[in-house]
Design a binder for this molecule. Sequence first.
Ligand code: ATP
Length: 238
Amino acid sequence: SAPDILLEVKGLSAGYGKIGVLHNVALSIATGEAVALLGPNGAGKTTLLKAISGLIGRGGEVRFAGRDMAGAGPREAVAAGLAHVVEGHRVFTQLSVFDNLLLAGYGMAKTERRRQVDEALAFFPEIAEKRHDRAGSLSGGQQQMLAVAQGLVRRPRLLMLDEPSAGLSPVLVDRVLAATRRLRQDGTAILLVEQLIEKALATVDRVYALARGTIVLEARADEPKLPERLERAYFGQD
Ligand code: ATP
């Protein structure tokens, strides 16, 4: 594959037990590219992120950073530079902001770990101010920023974000997505699952739409008429 392809998925299938959810999914992400994965409820977006990061089993091909990830589980994916921020801001509410970030860098060399925690905090001035506060005392949006910051501590090449806007007010959604844009400018590739189509389109370079477990549309985010095409793709008329 071309040298600038960071993630390449081909013929991927996955599901839960005997329930097949994804069928013959193909997508690719270039180094440093931001891509949105859109699609209606139940299309399989969360399942696709889990299959890519090895949280669930899968068939087909996944190549990441030049490696064949066949048989790779979540540890191997993390080690290869793939971070997955799962749905719903999962933070340790009893621990401080700082300790949540240190925990995300578990196993790293001490000085490097501290340096990366500071760098992750530098992306989110709002939570940097609260580094000594309990994570449980943060607002929902701040907890979501902390969850994203946790994904950064290992300096991933690809950050997969599963609905970072879920449950947030419009102002906080904008802040989380602005942080996503800064990360992309900093060279981190992004795979963003998002329900808010317009906000997603303003954040990424390219989009895929998933419907009924398969990719039904791929386009540049600035393509004219994309919202209409997406709507048709969602309802199976594209
Ligand atoms: P949403 O936007 O609602 O989160 P989604 O596109 O992320 O939707 P998934 O959560 O991946 O969709 O779900 C895809 C399908 O897989 C759905 O039919 C769902 O009911 C099913 N599913 C999800 N998780 C499980 C599970 N743990 N066990 C069995 N079926 C599941």
